[in-house]
Design a protein around this ligand. Sequence first.
Ligand code: GRF
Length: 220
Amino acid sequence: MNTSADAARCTPLVLGVLISGSGTNLQAIIDRIAEGQLPAKIAVVISNVASAKGLDRARRAEIPTVVLDHKAFPSRAAFDEKMVETLRAHDVECVVLAGFMRIVTKVLLDAFPYRVINIHPSLLPAFPGVNAQAQAVAYGVRISGCTAHFVDAGTDTGPVIAQRSVDVFERDDEESLRKRILREEHVLLPAVLGWIARGWLEVDTSGGGRPRVRLNPSNP
Ligand code: GRF
């Protein structure tokens, strides 16, 4: 789903970043933008947790922040409606789930088709859902990693954009693996956003099966 608007882009891709916690992935995006490596702008950071440390990171970078407490809404859909309203009010083009611990609904997905990206700390389809690193350690895999994917209606089931792997050692526990994977997340997520910003990602939905994501750096 590469669009001519993407391909002809010369203005920064406008991002809305959704967080619930420490926001180290948010920081990686902020840093790559500041270094001129990622042609994007974060228009708003939304957190469903008022105490999320990531909000401080956003404030330090002078990015507008909004706290939306999901508990104040009668349903997931109502919460997502408010998020869509907030994202649209900031002219967001692409939504990044960067440690956002809520399941999103069709309301958000339909508002941003193939424009909601998640970063997950495993090599999907292995270990979806919460505690992916603990699942990997408990299973005894020797390779794990992270996945950037478009979000669909399932839990961590959307089309894979790209992955990075890490070794898993005998001595690893959840925390040591979490840290090793996180370093790769900080490389992968800004890189993928850069491909989107440059109009290099194509989503092929013609096959009848799972949509395929292709990287086509020859797009202008
Ligand atoms: C990351 O491990 C990410 O993969 C997962 O939640 C964590 C968020 O970390 N979805 P941070 O808030 O970006 O530091």
